[in-house]
Design a protein around this ligand. Structure first.
Ligand code: PLP
Length: 362
């Protein structure tokens, strides 16, 4: 009997979702974003399942190095770039592509003296988000500096990121895109701009490269839709099991703080999952689980390792029964995220290491 939480990952769903990306953006190459342990899904298995993408992107140099050490040979973009010359040399040595997003990167690319070459390079342009990127007016000058860099061997592409892609029809998306397309015309360089939300809802943003993350995992970037409505298959189901079932008398309190009190004699179950696994404490007295296909409420506070469930609607529930925490058609992770007051990116990417990932195909 399995009594610990498990994230079941469907590798066939990942492949299906990559096909859906190609269906939405048939003319574009796909840079699959697998940062933060592939949004919690396990980066090595995901990288293998998505081997038909054209490149990968991660946030940090350490993530890129880990992929190289595990035999992943595809182009890998480091979205946060590097911080000093040592890191740039390390990136070059391992054929990683740190994004150039700040003036100080131009100096590093001028200073570097190495025989290693980088043939897949991206310049991040600031078009309205004001996070990372070189100002649009400075792009020409940046390109002329980079043209003299010893390490760059191949064309540079232009990257930018939408601040409001999940807000469909928002004029700010159009204006960011306009800045980018003008630069592309001036320079003749390739463009990589669209994340999941943009590539679905703003097809002009697709260009030569798209850069999806969330949709590859079968999850919707829009707060009024689930992945399935977009033709995606959720790749993760989070399950655990009932480790205790007991009877309460009316008036008994449950959990830390005694915040929940039985109004009648009833049965309660304890599930092995808690905030120490990444199951948010904000789901206290708010979340739901599925047992035997029945949706049941979380009662009292979420503890580090356990939650308590009101079993009134499921009289057959017994110790050892499977409990679905998310990734069920009646309990998608998008819905769980909404109950926490966040977006699905967060519960997925903070899923703890102690939650075992199990992989299956279809
Ligand atoms: C995370 C990230 C993405 C992927 O975005 P999704 O919304 O998950 O598709 C793309 N580009 C950048 C710069 C990112 O940081």
């Amino acid at each position: 009997m399995q009594t610990f939480p498990v994230a079941r990952i469907d590798l066939a769903a990942l492949k299906h979702n990559l096909q859906q990306v190609r269906h939405y953006a048939p003319e574009s190459q796909v840079m699959a974003v697998i940062k933060a342990n592939a949004y919690g899904h396990g980066v090595f298995e995901v990288a293998r399942a998505l081997e038909e993408s054209d490149a990968f992107a991660v946030a940090r140099l350490s993530e890129g190095l880990l992929l190289r050490r595990n035999g992943i040979g595809k182009p890998i973009v480091i979205l946060e770039g590097v911080s000093d010359l040592n890191e740039l040399e390390l990136a070059a040595k391992h054929k990683l592509s740190p994004v150039i997003h700040h003036q100080h990167h131009l100096e590093l690319f001028s200073q570097i003296a190495t025989s290693d070459k980088m043939s897949f390079c991206w310049l991040m342009v600031e078009t309205g988000m004001h996070r990372l990127g070189i100002a649009a007016e400075q792009v020409e000058q940046a390109l002329s500096v980079l043209a003299r860099s010893q390490v760059i061997d191949g064309p540079i592409g232009l990257m930018s990121h939408f601040a409001n892609a999940d807000s469909i029809g928002d004029v700010r998306n159009e204006s960011q895109l306009t800045v980018m397309l003008q630069l592309a015309e001036q320079t003749g360089l390739e463009v990589c701009m669209a994340n999941s939300a943009a590539l679905i809802s703003l097809s002009q943003s697709q260009q030569q490269w798209v850069r999806p993350g969330l949709m590859l995992y079968g999850v919707s970037p829009f707060d009024d839709k689930c992945g399935e409505a977009l033709g995606l298959k959720p790749a993760m189901q989070l399950v655990s099991s009932l480790i205790a079932v007991y009877a309460l008398k009316a008036g008994d309190e449950v959990g830390y703080g005694g915040t929940w009190r039985a109004s009648k004699d009833q049965r309660v179950g304890v599930v092995s999952i808690g905030y120490g696994d990444g199951y948010s404490r904000h789901l206290s007295a708010k979340g739901h689980v599925i047992i035997h296909g029945i949706k049941l409420p979380v009662i009292g506070r979420v503890s580090m390792d356990t939650i308590c469930i009101d079993l009134s609607a499921c009289p057959d529930a017994a110790v050892g029964d499977e409990v679905v925490l998310w990734g069920h058609e009646r309990l998608p992770v998008e819905q769980v995220a909404q109950q926490i007051g966040t977006i699905a990116y967060e519960p997925l990417s903070v899923l703890a290491e102690r939650v075992r990932r199990e992989y299956h195909y279809g």
